[in-house]
Design a protein around this ligand. Sequence first.
Ligand SMILES: NC(=O)c1ccc[n+]([C@@H]2O[C@H](COP(=O)([O-])OP(=O)(O)OC[C@H]3O[C@@H](n4cnc5c(N)ncnc54)[C@H](O)[C@@H]3O)[C@@H](O)[C@H]2O)c1
Length: 291
Amino acid sequence: MSREDSGERVLGRTGQSIGKVAVVTGAGSGLGRALAIGLARRGCRLALADLDPHGLAITRIRAEAVGATVSDAVLDVADRDAVRGFAADVAATYGVVHQLYNNAGIAGGRRLLEASDEELDLVLAVNLGGVVNGTKAFLPHLIASGDGHLVNISSLNGLLAQPGLSAYCTSKFAVRGFTETVRAEMLADHHPVAVTVVHPGGVRTNIANASLDLARSRGQTITARDEERVAYYNSRLLTMDPVDAAEIILRGVAARRPRIVVGAGARRLDRLTRLLPTAGPALTAWFDRRY
Ligand SMILES: NC(=O)c1ccc[n+]([C@@H]2O[C@H](COP(=O)([O-])OP(=O)(O)OC[C@H]3O[C@@H](n4cnc5c(N)ncnc54)[C@H](O)[C@@H]3O)[C@@H](O)[C@H]2O)c1
């Protein structure tokens, strides 16, 4: 059983999203799957996308099992033309798009001096490029819906930097800046699109394992330290049930909150970084040495 499957439970139906068309990228695993099923339970029609056809098919079956209408597409969010084509297909299929969850993402777990240029480029292309591509392609449809909502998944690492995650932190801080800019533009131009940036803390998904799989598939040497780091993340840091994380996000979206920090630990660290804006790197460097 993959990590994200272990805690699947039932989300409540709120009724406020019935009939809306929601797009979720990275829907084949973890948080994206939990968001898709949560949206299905809320009565949304879904357009799901992922690089992984197998994970995507499982999510589709589960969303259809709770009564949702679902379309899906195997998609690399870093491929701008493919994302444009996906947006056109979704609009043609449903005639309208209300919500976009730019969720697809990958981790890269090496220090800057150890990371290859290709690894850095890939993390930025998926985590930041994917969010930009999705937003640009779908925003006209969200505006046209008259009641749009853009939801971009950043991270606690979009608020707090830490050693060994240079590309990841860079991408997630940038997702925050990008999303807040789009929000400002929607407000300035009176477009009917709410915009939300989400900063989850550690969620029990496959993200750490996937970073090792990706490194192996690219022919990188996996050191004992890499494996220990992933094991530590899985056992100690990525602990929140994805269903709980999705529920917090979907409630925040329903309340049209511009910023959602997911998890008590993430909220504490968010407060700390605002109270002591320069303390973050020293704190995470200490944590890195100790653990
Ligand atoms: N798990 C956490 O603790 C955590 C914390 C903060 C933020 N996040 C963010 O949440 C999002 C979801 O991650 P997750 O934890 O569910 O990880 P996950 O690995 O379980 O799921 C990520 C999904 O994205 C897909 N994906 C990867 N690259 C893609 C690409 N180029 N195009 C399309 N799909 C692609 C994968 O196939 C996978 O199905 C990511 O943006 C991640 O950075 C996760």
